[in-house]
Write a protein that binds this ligand. Structure first.
Ligand code: SF4
Length: 413
């Protein structure tokens, strides 16, 4: 007869050297051990099973007795004594087509487009004469218009062909239209007509320059006659009162999203006060300006007790082992056809030179793909027990040139 620890199927185990993390995705409870004996126990799991044998001479070991008590107290598992090995499967991610196992992902239906869920298209860029008060490089940290540089716009014929192919795919969740200034796009009327006729189920977001918007309220009303269309304004503290007073009151509030760029704690308080009275959907986006590292440390960096509030599902944790949900399934297309999965890394190709299908196929297998940029691949996160609980790598890690935006990792050493 042997004693076995059986963990619940919702319990995720991570081991790094002598550190062990048990995370219960059902109730968010977390046990962390820094003990080589416990690490060894969890390395001995029976292949493919969530079963951990305790050898007869270890039965009265106080370390294991305490461990079992904590596991039971947190509803993470229980023990059985049995002459046969019990069955409890190790949690695993259910992916229909697993590219890692070389299952034929593309050859049968050539369905790589189905991995896309968000496309952000810049219809034009540069040449904006208005001053919307966003920093020049804001587009590297959040999705927003690119106002600087020589004016350039996307060929309408090619755009129409791409939109027709993409929007006929029912699985595309979101399509963003951005610009320098979308009202300057010479084919905006044609796009509106085309999208109205297409009647797609995809959610459409038009990112508008607020100063141009004020002069184009009629055009905004037209955009909003497209099914599932919404307007987004990216603003900083300086442009808030202008937007709220002059524009929001002229268009239905449920069709607007405001993305607020925040650089300081004061900015956060400012926007929280501004929106407390309004029903406008708004989100705060921290912006790193090279001088506000302390603001990031206090407001963006992960702290160990943040994990207590995350309540990640097991599937979210397991997804973090395989893909980066900040970037996965998303592409950004510039007016010249260049495609990016992240504006801080080089383009993956050009839409007008190569088919989107073949570019996405490449993205699915490239080892440097942003779609699969998980923390277990990068320093120092690869040695951290929290690397699958931590939020995925985002644009901030690229801009701050640092992957461990946390105050946790040094404490583990
Ligand atoms: S070291 Fe990386 S994985 Fe670990 S907590 Fe910090 S950011 Fe997250």
């Amino acid at each position: 007869m042997k004693k076995y620890i059986i963990l619940e199927p919702d319990v995720f185990v991570q081991i790094k050297g002598k550190l062990v993390l048990l995370y219960h995705s059902y109730n968010g409870s977390r046990l962390v051990y820094n003990n080589p004996v416990i690490a060894e126990l969890f390395q001995q799991n029976i292949k493919g099973l969530h079963i951990y044998p305790i050898l007869p001479h270890e039965n009265n070991n106080h370390i294991f007795n305490e461990l079992i008590k904590q596991i039971e107290d947190n509803n993470m598992g229980f023990t059985v004594t049995s002459s046969t090995v019990p069955i409890q499967f190790y949690p695993s991610l259910k992916i229909q087509n697993d590219y890692r196992k070389n299952i034929e992902l593309f050859s049968k239906n050539d369905n790589s487009l189905s991995y896309l869920h968000t496309i952000s298209i810049y219809l034009n860029k540069g040449g904006v004469i208005h001053n919307s008060k966003l920093p020049n490089n804001a587009y590297k940290q959040l999705l927003c218009n690119i106002e600087q540089g020589t004016y350039m716009e996307m060929n309408f014929g090619r755009l129409k062909e791409m939109l027709y192919n993409i929007l006929s795919l029912s699985f595309l969740d979101r399509l963003d239209f951005l610009g320098g200034d979308l009202f300057a796009y010479s084919e905006l009327n044609n796009i509106i007509v085309f999208l109205k006729e297409l009647k797609s189920n995809t959610n459409l977001f038009f990112y508008l320059d607020y100063q141009s918007a004020l002069m184009n309220i009629d055009k905004i009303q037209e955009i909003l006659t497209i099914p599932n269309a919404k307007i987004v304004f990216c603003i900083s503290k300086n442009s808030f009162s202008y937007v709220i007073n002059d524009i929001i009151k002229k268009i239905p509030v449920d069709k607007i999203e405001i993305h607020c760029l925040v650089k300081t704690k004061n900015d956060i308080e400012f926007f929280e006060n501004c929106f407390s009275q309004d029903n406008v959907s708004n989100s705060l986006f921290p912006f790193f300006n090279g001088k506000n590292a302390r603001f990031f440390e206090n407001n963006v960096f992960i702290r160990e007790n943040d994990f207590d509030e995350m309540m990640l599902t097991l599937n979210q944790v397991l997804k973090n082992t395989v893909l980066n949900s900040s970037f996965y399934g998303k592409i950004i297309v510039l007016p010249n056809g260049d495609i990016f999965t992240n504006m801080n890394t080089k383009k993956i190709g050009n839409l007008f030179d190569t088919s989107l299908v073949s570019l996405l196929k490449k993205e699915m297998i490239e080892t440097t793909s942003n779609w699969f940029l998980v923390r277990s691949k990068v320093e120092p996160c690869k040695d951290c027990i929290y690397n699958f609980l931590c939020p995925p790598i985002s644009n901030y890690e690229f801009v701050l040139k640092c992957n461990d935006l946390c105050n946790i990792f040094p404490l583990q050493k």
